[in-house]
Design a protein around this ligand. Sequence first.
Ligand code: C5P
Length: 221
Amino acid sequence: MIITIDGPAAAGKGTLASTLSEKYHLAYFDTGMIYRAVGLEIRLSGVDVNDEQQALQIAQTMTFPRMMELAKDKRLRDSIGGEYASIVAAMTSVRAKLLKMQQDFALRPVYADGTPAKGAIYDGRDTGTVVCPHADIKFYITASPEVRAERRYKEFIAKGVDISYEQVLQDVKIRDERDSNRSSAPLKPAEDAIILDTSNLGIAEVLKKACEIIDSYQKNS
Ligand code: C5P
């Protein structure tokens, strides 16, 4: 079974995807991490993040082991990390280069320790539209920019990051704008996606709805 979860930044995709992956024994692929890894590699090398040729070169040499290495660096998940990821993710050549790696995962899904899994759950922006257009179930998780900024702000504060709510809200809006208006694989729900607006829902309610949909799919297939 392949499940995709797409949606804007801080909509709750990650929490939902990791919880569902445990419950249904699916390998979890956080596709945003690939773009964050390329962005961080650029940041570490001091190259201009807007230089598509350099970004493409880095994307060409990106591997899962290198991503795991970069994942240990706190800068992967800071606000510049998100900004750099969305800049390189808007580059058509970089997206094309990173597509096969994501699609191959669906053919041979593996858990983090490398053992094979019977299916996968993807989290990203275009996993239901471009990466896995034939996924069994597609979710599109969204919430208002203010609610998402509030959630992200609390996460930053819990980690001791010195940032204001206004700054986080501005970052969320800039990222939404860039992710939705790029020419290659813009952020949008797949036609057959189930849309869940989490603005007024807690994680437990979102999880309950998603489980009902998955259980019903499994019963009928
Ligand atoms: O989900 P996350 O915030 O880690 O993603 C970082 C950035 O990577 C997003 O803002 C988006 O620009 C890009 N991304 C993408 N396609 C995906 C996953 C992430 O363009 N499938």
